[in-house]
Design a protein around this ligand. Structure first.
Ligand code: HEM
Length: 405
C-alpha cells in the first residue's frame, strides 16, 4: 500500500477487498519506520474519525505516514493537524463561508462558468477530460471564494499540484524519486515550491489588510485568535492548505466521476432520463470514486479496534476509499448505482471535526457539471485508457481522452 506504482497502475480494490476479508485491522510494515495500522472497514474508519481524543491529528500529523521530527511537524502545521479545541478556533474563522448558504451565493456564477466550459467541450467533440472540463473549474471556484487574481491561476494550479502530488515524476520531475530535501523540510508540505506559493499568499494578505474585501483571504489576513493576530507561519500554512486541498481533490472528483459515467453508459442514460437524480449521482460518484485514499491519525492511548490491540503512539491510517466499498455497509459496493444516494460516504472524512471544509462547494461543482454535461451530451466515451497519477494519497487521473456525441 506504500507503493505509488500500484496506484498509478489501477485502483487496487482487490487489495482492499482482501484486507477487509482477511485483516481489516492490518499492521502494515514500513521500510524505514515502525509500520502503521491500515483500517479498511467502514465502521472502523468512522469510529477512528469520531474519537479525536484517542486518535489525534495533531500528535503525528494527518497527511503523512512518515514520522516527521516534532519541529518539522510544528513548522508545517495547518488546522488540519490541530486537535480540538484549538482546531475549532481556526476553522471557525472561515467556516461560515463554506456552509450550504455560504456556497449558494456562487450558484449562478458557477452555472455560467460550467456551461461555458461544457459548451466549449461539446464544440471540440474530442478532448482531454482533465484539461478541458475537470481542471478549469475548481481553481476558478477557489479563486472566487478566496479572492485570487485570475491571471495567477495557471501558476497557482501548477504550484498546488506540485505540493500535493510530489511522488509523480510527470508533476515534479526527478524530485519524485529523490524525496524531500533537507532545505525544504520546514516549508509547507516540505516542498521547494512552497516559497513561491507562500510569497503570493503574503502579497494577497497584505492587499487585504490595506483594502479589505468580501472574501476568505480578507478574513484570514485580519483574523485574531485569543486576541492575537495569526503568526506568519500560520498564514503561510493556511494559504497552502486552501490551495492544495480545494483544487486537485475536486478536479479528481469531476474527472473520476465523469469517467465512471462514461464507463457505465446505462447509468448515464438513467441520469439523462431523470435529471432529478443529479444530487444522488454526485453522492454515489463521490463514494464510488473517492479522490483521497487515506488520512492518518496517531493513537494517544492503548486501545482496541475490532478486538485488535493498538498501542499508544501507533500510527492509524484510515482508508476512506476502502470504507466506501465495504460490503457490510453498502450492498454490492463495486456497482455504480446513481439512485443509491449514499449521503453517509466517507469521501470527505465524515464523522469528526475535520470533515472537509469544502465539501459543499465540491458537491455543488460536481452536480452543476453533471447536469450541464447530461443536458448537452447524449453520450460520453473514453477513447483510450486514462493516465493515472503516481500517488498512494490522491486517487486521480492526469489525462483521459474522451469523445462527446
Ligand atoms: C471532492 C473534493 C474533496 C475531497 C475528496 C476532500 C477530502 C477531504 C478530506 C477527506 C478531509 C478530511 C481530512 C482529515 O480527516 O484529516 C478534508 C479536509 C479539508 N478539506 Fe477537503 N476535500 C475536497 C474538496 C475541498 C475543497 C473544495 C476545499 C476548499 C477549500 C477543501 C478544503 C479542506 C480543508 C481546509 C480541510 C481541513 C478541514 C479541517 O481540518 O477542519 N476540500 N478534505
Amino acid at each position: 500500500m506504500l507503493d505509488h506504482d500500484l496506484f498509478a497502475d489501477h485502483e487496487p480494490w482487490e487489495v482492499f477487498d482482501h484486507l477487509q476479508r482477511e485483516a481489516p485491522v492490518y499492521r502494515h510494515p514500513e521500510p524505514n519506520g515502525p509500520g502503521f495500522w491500515a483500517i479498511t472497514k467502514y465502521d472502523d474508519v468512522l469510529s477512528v474519525l469520531r474519537d479525536t481524543k484517542t486518535f489525534s491529528s495533531e500528535v503525528g500529523g494527518a497527511a503523512t505516514i512518515e514520522d516527521l521530527p516534532d519541529d518539522v511537524l510544528e513548522a508545517r502545521r495547518n488546522f488540519l493537524e490541530f486537535d480540538p479545541p484549538k482546531h475549532g478556533k481556526y476553522r471557525r474563522l472561515i467556516s461560515r463561508n463554506f456552509t450550504p448558504p455560504g456556497v449558494a451565493v456562487y450558484e449562478e456564477w458557477l452555472r455560467e462558468l460550467v456551461r461555458h466550459r461544457v459548451e466549449h467541450a461539446v464544440e471540440l467533440g474530442e478532448f482531454d477530460l482533465v484539461e478541458e472540463l475537470a481542471a478549469p473549474i475548481p481553481i476558478r471556484v477557489l479563486a472566487r471564494v478566496l479572492g485570487l487574481p485570475e491571471e495567477k491561476l495557471p501558476r497557482l494550479i501548477e504550484l498546488g499540484d506540485r505540493l500535493l502530488v510530489d511522488t509523480d515524476p510527470g508533476i515534479v520531475g526527478e524530485l519524485a524519486y529523490a524525496g524531500e530535501q533537507d532545505e525544504d523540510r520546514y516549508k509547507p508540505f516540505g516542498s521547494p515550491w512552497a516559497d513561491e506559493l507562500c510569497e503570493l499568499g503574503r502579497e494577497y494578505y497584505a492587499e487585504r489588510r490595506e483594502c479589505p474585501r468580501e472574501d476568505v483571504l480578507t478574513l484570514i489576513a485580519n483574523a485574531e485568535i485569543d486576541g492575537e493576530p495569526l503568526s506568519p507561519g500560520d498564514l503561510d500554512n493556511i494559504f497552502a492548505l486552501l490551495i492544495v486541498a480545494g483544487n486537485e481533490t475536486t478536479r479528481q472528483a469531476i474527472a473520476l466521476g465523469t469517467m465512471a459515467l462514461a464507463e457505465h453508459p446505462e447509468e448515464y442514460d438513467r441520469l439523462r432520463a431523470d435529471p432529478e437524480l443529479a444530487r444522488s449521482a454526485t453522492e454515489e460518484l463521490l463514494r464510488f470514486s473517492s479522490p483521497v485514499w487515506w488520512f492518518r491519525r496517531t493513537a494517544t492511548a492503548d486501545t482496541t479496534i475490532r478486538g485488535v490491540e493498538i498501542a499508544a503512539g501507533d500510527k492509524v491510517v484510515v482508508w476512506f476509499a476502502a470504507g466506501n466499498r465495504d460490503p457490510d455497509h453498502y450492498p454490492d459496493p463495486h456497482r455504480l448505482d446513481v439512485a443509491r444516494n449514499p449521503k453517509d460516504h466517507l469521501t470527505f472524512g465524515r464523522g469528526g471535526p475535520h470533515i472537509c471544509l469544502g465539501a459543499h462547494l465540491a458537491r455543488r461543482e460536481m452536480t452543476v457539471m453533471f447536469r450541464e454535461l447530461l443536458t448537452r451530451a447524449p453520450e460520453v466515451h473514453a477513447t483510450t485508457a486514462p493516465r493515472r497519477l503516481q500517488s498512494m494519497f490522491i486517487n486521480g487521473i492526469k489525462e483521459l481522452p474522451v469523445a462527446l456525441y
